[in-house]
Design a protein around this ligand. Structure first.
Ligand code: SER
Length: 318
């Protein structure tokens, strides 16, 4: 086999759907899923899987050699909320895993690398609305600090060693197949499950906390597009702003109520409120649109309809 693709952290929220999409596009056997634990049935049944610890260089190297990997997607990370509970571990995982793949690319073992950044790179001093690509960046979470440092290292490895690394600053990602874990934007997924199972949700953010969000289909589309773009079109080698929609928990609850009229929401902000308050409310992603043709497909209405339809089937509610 030649030109294999490796996804590290394939069992997480984005990794699972990214793996399935890449298998559909490139053939199941050419896309190797890897993680420190096994994933859901659909993922495990669809193609090869290896246990790989993103923090162990040798573990990644041997998998790359075994499958003739040329392209790597590093999706393993500790997100914002868990990161605040375990700051040392978050820094260690997020940075060591990135250095492992950057160094493998530097010595020619990886030809093209995808590494996700986040809206968490912005902080309380960043302009909140229509946040530009280049602006004040003073993140206040360990997760955000690790992503900003990672962005600088990606650009450095590209400029200094010619590493073909590509990156997107994901907003909160909403999906139905795999649950997110440990993020501040997770409420926007939990809310759908609770709406269908018990008809009410106790939200950990206040009703007017507006945050940038994106449906999984768009996030996967963006990831595949940036990786397929011609190298000369990727003018930013730190990470691209990316946007689709912005809304508050109250606005999302209203949208859900249009389909689940009995749905009730309560607001009990916890420690995650402070994290959310430090992030932008909306993002300007003109560079991604101009440089490699990014275009989103889902707004809040279309996303809500798709989430509820898919979850109705998943929970076998008729
Ligand atoms: N979804 C992430 C989080 O909430 C942001 O990138 O931590």
């Amino acid at each position: 086999m030649s030109n294999g693709i490796l996804i590290i952290g394939a069992c997480g929220q984005i990794g699972t759907e990214l793996t399935l999409k890449l298998r559909e596009l490139n053939g199941n056997k050419n896309v190797i899923a890897s993680d420190i634990r096994e994933g859901n049935k659909e993922l495990m049944k669809s193609g090869p899987f290896e246990i790989v610890n993103a923090m162990e260089y040798e573990s990644i190297l041997s998998t790359i050699e075994k499958y003739n990997i040329t392209e790597v997607y590093l999706m393993a990370a500790m997100l914002s909320a868990t990161g605040e509970k375990f700051p040392d571990k978050a820094w260690q995982l997020n940075m060591e895993s990135l250095f492992n793949v950057l160094n493998l690319a530097k010595v020619g073992k990886i030809k093209r690398l995808f590494w996700p950044s986040s809206i968490a790179v912005f902080g309380p001093t960043t302009p909140k609305e229509n946040t530009p690509q280049q602006t004040v960046m003073e993140p206040s979470t360990v997760y955000g600090i690790s992503k900003l440092a990672g962005e600088r290292w990606c650009e450095y490895y590209h400029n200094k060693y010619g590493v073909d690394v590509r990156s997107i600053r994901y907003p909160g990602i909403i999906s139905w197949k795999t649950q997110p874990g440990g993020g501040t934007t997770d409420y926007a997924v939990e809310i759908f499950h609770k709406a269908l199972i018990i008809g009410k949700y106790n939200c950990f953010l206040s009703k007017d906390t507006k945050l940038p969000m994106m449906y999984m289909d768009d996030a996967i589309d963006a990831t595949v597009s940036i990786m397929n773009a011609k190298s000369e079109h990727i003018k930013i080698r730190s990470s691209y702003n990316l946007a689709a929609m912005s809304f508050t928990p109250e606005e999302l609850a209203l949208e859900i109520k249009k389909i689940v009229p009995e749905f009730k929401i309560l607001f009990n902000p916890d420690f995650r409120q402070k994290i959310a308050d430090s992030w932008p409310k909306s993002i300007n992603d003109i560079s991604a649109r101009e440089d490699w043709g990014w275009n989103h497909n889902f707004n809040i209405k279309k996303m809500t309809e798709s989430m509820l339809n898919n979850l109705y089937s998943k929970y076998e509610i008729v």
